[in-house]
Design a protein around this ligand. Sequence first.
Ligand code: 13P
Length: 216
Amino acid sequence: MSTTNDRAKRQSIINACRQMNQSGLNQGTSGNISLRHGDGMLITPTSTPYEAMQPEEIVFMNLDGAFDANQRPSSEWRFHRDILKARPEVNAVVHAHPPYATILAIMGLSIPPIHYMIACAGGDTIRCSPYATFGTQELSEHAVAALEDRSACLLAHHGMIAIGPSLAKAMWLAVEVETLARQYHGCLQIGTPPLLSKAEIENVRARMAGYGPPDE
Ligand code: 13P
């Protein structure tokens, strides 16, 4: 049953999708977003231009994968569902194919601690998962593993995932990840960048608690 809260959440997903494309973080319909909702999730429909997307097209899915057969959830619903199942502190999952994050993912490169802002993603690296075909359970398992103790990862030959306690935080992190990817790509044009230590990233992490948009 649709409630006012439900409709506002659906609209917030559409707004975030539009923002993702307007900012250049994503192109076309190659991203998807989910938000935890009750005992399930709200997720974008597959291959639907964001400008035309309507709140009623956002799909509600139980965490067991059941959904209304008349609706068309994102082909990546498995990793959205599995991340929300594995990570009770997470309420929002943002997937996109940002240009620089995807360049690194094509090259199979994780992002090392080139800049202190990497601490925003929960540790001293942003891992790149192995490749698996889009929409598969295998890709979902790679994504959940690459996100262990982290709130972002790259997916080889594919793109990026950012997660968070709120949609605002996951979207903010997605931009930070693309910025780090762009910086790393730039550094690699010059040579091998010097890295910050794991201890310094832990120090930054402690100082950054609460940094960024609100958790709710
Ligand atoms: P959907 O349009 O099915 O959400 O898929 C796009 C995508 O990013 C596949 O990885």
